[in-house]
Design a protein around this ligand. Sequence first.
Ligand code: ATP
Length: 425
Amino acid sequence: MPQPNFIDKLNAALPTAAREALDVLILAAGTRSLALYAVGGCVRDLLLKRPTLDLDLTLEGDAPALARAVAGGLADVRCTVHPAFGTATLKGTGFRIDVASARAESYERPGALPAVRPGPLRDDLFRRDFTANAIAIALSSDLTGGLIDPFHGEADLEAGLLRALHEASFRDDATRILRGARYEARLGFRFEPQTLRWLKRDVRYLEAISGRRLRDELLRVLREPQPERILLRLHGLGALTVLHPSLSFDERRASAFARLRELRDEPPATACLALLAWELTPPEAAALAGRLSLTRREAEAVRAAPDAQALLPALSADVPPSRVVELLSPLPPPAVWALAATAEGPPADRALHYLRRWRYLKPALDGHALVALGAPPGPRLGEVLRRLKAAKLDGEVRTRRDEERLARAILSGTEAVKATPSRSS
Ligand code: ATP
């Protein structure tokens, strides 16, 4: 029986512009007698008949040189090379192709970045996280169009198994634990039993991973359609407590993640991070933000999670909108989204009103209008504006004329300036 030609299958899965770029790369590799392969996620997705976005290619040769050689001839394609890593990226409209020189890796100590040397395809496949990601399609070599699968990844794909390539895999690079949990949820796979034993044995090596790498993998988890399933699994595997001893995840938190998606499509990662940190104390939240080397905005959201949680009792009381704004405006919005997803009943409604309307509401009058009414320029203008905003939030004034009346009363001293919010982000 003739073998299927996987290049045809790959082409059929790609947008036209990507197909053209791939053709040119294959031709250039062939002309130079260099073996080029498609590897990793795109091959896995092709075999699983899932849509694939990015194309990863491996070249037994100098990948940056090949990418540079073809880039000039491709319209609307940007080429970025990283000679130190032996990699290059071709980016066109709606596609991205990464080309890397085939390499072998060795790990001097757990979690360290590996020492890399040029190697044949087999070594390049052996350094990968799971057999399902260690399958190649030969694009230009004697085997053109065929599948190269030295570690039986196709059988594991068919069986829905995530199998590590060797016993030291998670000790070498424990981010593979997060990656595996992500693939389990996304592909509906499960860890092969021996792999699961190695994983549980070596989960502590997550400690050796740099904050930046942990953050990047965690954010990839949070971008999945149902991150809560992955977080529950990571909790069960003991991976979250390695990130911070107090970090945990349960069904209640999982429901809050689902609720957050109901409240807004594609919730920002910052809101998800705040939800993850929901039950931590302020020092614990700060420690987690530091451990994960979060960006400033992400760290702000995480550190604000305990503050947001502490506001729940105050938001449960029968408070007017201006008080809600006063309470919530010091918090970064992602922490308020986390609060809205966690709370129920009136506090949740109040947080949502705040996020969707109240925080944007402004009085019709501005500083110039107040000066025209006879207000002396200076800090008192700000006080009056805040009072006007509170009155508008609470329905005490509706029209511009109402506001002018109230402003005159405040300025003439017949209406006191109440304590009102000082900031609304
Ligand atoms: P996704 O669909 O999530 O993007 P992907 O398989 O394309 O999945 P990438 O993170 O883009 O994943 O990595 C490309 C390939 O590089 C993977 O398929 C895998 O073979 C390999 N890889 C990535 N990270 C690791 C790692 N930490 N350890 C071993 N191999 C890895």
